[in-house]
Design a protein around this ligand. Structure first.
Ligand code: ADP
Length: 573
């Protein structure tokens, strides 16, 4: 049973584990793809922003060139207005072709020979649009980077417009972050410095350098990098995607805590594992139930059947349950009880038969040898005649016994066919016919009284019913003393005729009143002298009465002796 359950459960567990693993993989793949899309969106937004800055710088530069007055105060005011209109701009500077700051919205910058303009050489070498990496502004002391644009006239460098970007204000240029608690994104410059971090916008400058094994390094070289378990400084693992900002040589990244990604599949896995454990437990409990409630009783039945085949009829299942198995056990126990009864009946029969047959045989043998002795002694035949009569009586008794045994066997084989001889008859006639020889036989020494007032017509086999009443009267004589009364009553009660034979004999122990109708059953009465018998008479009577659709029973007389009853349905045309 357990093996069967394992055979069913193991593939389910394997299948289930595969489903859980594939759900994990799906969730991670989905998040890697979504991270890449988001990093690309950041990249596009930032590139657009820088393009916008270069375009603004061009218009600022051209405005300054076209301003004929070159009034520093007016230009400064113009630059202040421009800077104020865009929150990401910290400062705007107009430098001359030598790189010296001439005008600025911020007076501290004017006249500076900017040492930070690493890109200045690029402009001198002919590039128009350049950008710096992240650095700490000397003016504001904040991390910043510069976007600069060369302003040329007929190919001749006239000046450079430079915008310093407030990195803390960059948030507004990016698309809204993904709906997630732990997702973040950012920008990395060419030196591997975090220019902007969505999760920590005011990150200290000293902490902005990314780790040497950081995936963004590869993106700075042009690769799209996707890592599902990147370990960050605090030890947690994040799913990280970084993409190159191809035109600008920077990188954008998007990341999310791996625990958040696998939270849903994890929860699903936990609940399905719990369900699976529950199912497995239920299966085992069911197996246990089956073993205890079905297999065990079946084993008990099997053992009991084996015991019976070894002729041990004492075995019982003793099931206390009410279901089908309980019924089977009950039927089995009844069967064994019956077999046990039959077996003990068989043994009793052999003993009784041997005992009962031995008596007439012994007396026949004795009488026969006496007769032969007398004949050899030449004694007169007159004396021998009495012996011959006794011999005849003993032979009759023997044949009666044998007939009864044969009849009982016939009954047990269910072969008696009485229906063919059935006809409507008056039970009074049956009783009269039976009682007559008993009354005439003076050796009976019994006072017979018959009470019958009206006809009692039943449908039956005259001879068989006569056998029953004869057996009752025989027993009444057998189990009572000389000169006692035997009363036979015939009464009508509603639709039945009830015939009873009452004696004043030894009576029957109350607990054996039913048993005396079983085959070979004889009351064991140690105190009284046993008149002998086979215990078959009442068994045969019961069978005959049942075949007539009637009932048979015995009661003890209140004063003394017993009453035997038969009840037969009255004949209706
Ligand atoms: P048996 O040949 O032994 O009489 P029966 O089947 O006629 O067989 O009777 C079964 C047993 O019932 C008898 O052995 C006897 O113990 C008891 N029995 C029958 N009739 C009477 C009776 N009238 N009084 C007392 N006991 C009786």
């Amino acid at each position: 049973m357990f093996i069967l359950i394992w055979v069913a459960i193991v593939p389910v567990v394997i299948l289930h584990s595969m489903v859980i693993a594939s759900q994990y993989k799906k969730a991670i793949d989905f998040e890697l793809k979504s991270g890449e899309d988001y990093a690309n969106a950041i990249s596009v937004a930032f590139t657009n922003f820088i393009d916008r800055m270069w375009y603004a710088e061009l218009s600022i530069g051209l405005s300054i060139l076209e301003n004929s007055s070159h009034d520093p105060a007016k230009i400064k005011e113009y630059l202040i207005n421009c800077a104020d209109s865009e929150p990401t701009i910290l400062g705007i500077t107009w430098a001359n072709p030598d790189g010296v700051a001439v005008y600025s919205n911020n007076s501290g910058v004017a006249g500076l020979d900017s040492p930070f303009w690493s890109f200045y050489e690029k402009i001198r070498n002919g590039e128009d649009k350049v950008m710096s990496n992240l650095f700490i502004s000397e003016v504001s002391q904040n991390p910043t980077f510069l976007v600069a644009r060369a302003i040329r006239e007929n190919g001749v460098l006239k000046g450079i417009v430079t915008v310093a970007i407030n990195v803390n204000e960059l948030r507004g240029i990016f698309p809204p972050n993904r709906v997630s608690e732990t997702s973040s994104f950012g920008l990395i410059d060419e030196n591997g410095m975090i220019v902007y971090s969505d999760s920590v916008p005011d990150l200290a400058y000293s902490k902005r350098q990314i780790k040497e094994d950081g995936p963004a390094w590869k993106s700075l070289k042009g690769e799209v990098v996707k890592i599902s378990d990147y370990k960050i400084n605090d030890g947690t693992k994040r799913l990280m995607v970084s993409v190159p900002l191809s035109k600008l040589k920077w990188a954008a990244y998007a990341s999310i805590d791996i625990d958040e990604v696998i939270k849903n599949p994890y929860n699903e896995a936990v609940s399905s594992v719990v369900i699976m454990i529950f199912i497995i437990l239920c299966s085992f409990l069911m197996a246990l139930y089956l073993i205890v409630h079905i297999l065990k009783p079946v084993r008990i039945l099997e053992k009991a059947a084996n015991a019976i085949s070894r002729r041990d009829y004492t075995v019982r299942t003793n099931f206390k349950r009410k279901d089908e198995l309980g019924q089977t056990g009950l039927a089995f126990d009844h069967m064994t009880e019956h077999i046990q009864e039959l077996e003990s009946g068989r043994q009793l029969f052999l003993q009784t038969a041997a005992h009962e047959l031995r008596n007439p045989m012994t007396s026949i043998k004795g009488i026969a040898s006496l007769i032969s002795r007398r004949i050899s002694e030449g004694k007169p035949i007159k004396d021998t005649a009495e012996l011959i009569t006794t011999l005849e009586n003993e032979v009759n008794r023997l044949s009666k016994l044998l007939n009864m045994i044969l009849e009982a066997f016939k009954l047990q084989r269910d072969n008696i066919e009485i229906k063919a001889n059935m006809s409507p008859l008056d039970i009074n006639d049956v009783v009269q016919t039976v009682i007559k020889p008993f009354i005439m036989d003076t050796s009976n020494n019994r006072n017979f009284i018959l009470n019958a007032s009206q006809p009692a017509i039943v449908f039956g086999d005259f001879d068989r019913l006569a056998d029953v009443i004869r057996n009752f009267i025989d027993n009444a004589i057998k189990y009572s003393k000389d000169f006692s009364e035997i009363i036979i009553n015939i009464v009508i009660e509603r639709d039945d005729a009830i015939i009873s034979v009452k004696d004043q004999g030894m009576g029957i122990p109350e607990d054996q009143l039913d048993k005396i109708f079983s085959s070979f059953y004889r009351v064991k009465n140690g105190s009284e002298k046993d008149p002998g018998g086979m215990g078959l008479g009442l068994y045969i009577c019961k069978d005959i009465i049942i075949r007539h659709g009637g009932s048979i029973w015995a009661e003890n007389n209140l004063d003394k002796g017993s009453i035997f009853y038969i009840k037969l349905p009255l004949y209706k045309e």
